[in-house]
Write a new protein. Structure first.
Length: 134
C-alpha cells in the first residue's frame, strides 16, 4: 500500500513538473462564471492557450444576459450592435433568466480579452470581466 501511495505521489510530481516545464500540456479546463445582480463572478480569469476551455455560464438573475468575449474592437462593434440574441458562435452567448449555458473555446495564443454584457445599461452597471490567456 505504501509503495502505491509513494508511486502515485512521484507520478503526480512528475506531471506537475512536466506541465511547468512545458513538456506536458494541461488537459481540458472548465471555468464557472456566475451572473448575479448583473455582475460576473469571477470578474478576472486566467486560462492556458492551446487547450479547450469550457465556460459554464450560470445566470442566477431573473433577466436575460449575454457573455460576449473579445478584444477592444470586438467589444466596440457589439456596443453599437443590435443583435437581440446570440447563438452559434462560442464567444457570443445569450443566457436566459435562471439558466445555464456552456460554451467551449480553444485559444491559439496568449492574449487578454474582455467579457461583457452589452444589453442596455448592463456594462455601465458593471457586467465586465477580463480573461487572460497565458
Amino acid at each position: 500500500m505504501r509503495v502505491l501511495l509513494l508511486l502515485s505521489a512521484v507520478v503526480g510530481l512528475l506531471l506537475v513538473a512536466g506541465q511547468a516545464a512545458g513538456f506536458i500540456q494541461p488537459g481540458p479546463q472548465r471555468v464557472e462564471i456566475r451572473i448575479h445582480y448583473s455582475h460576473f463572478t469571477p470578474s478576472a480569469i486566467s486560462v492556458p492557450h492551446g487547450v479547450p476551455v469550457t465556460f459554464v455560464l450560470i445566470n442566477q438573475d431573473p433577466i436575460d444576459h449575454e457573455w460576449l468575449l473579445g478584444d477592444a474592437a470586438f467589444q466596440e462593434r457589439h456596443r453599437k450592435g443590435t443583435e437581440p440574441h446570440h447563438a452559434g458562435t462560442p464567444n457570443e452567448v445569450s443566457i436566459g433568466p435562471l439558466s445555464t449555458v456552456e460554451t467551449t473555446i480553444t485559444f491559439g495564443s496568449p492574449q487578454t480579452l474582455q467579457y461583457i454584457c452589452h444589453l442596455p445599461g448592463h456594462e455601465e452597471y458593471g457586467m465586465v470581466g477580463t480573461l487572460t490567456v497565458s
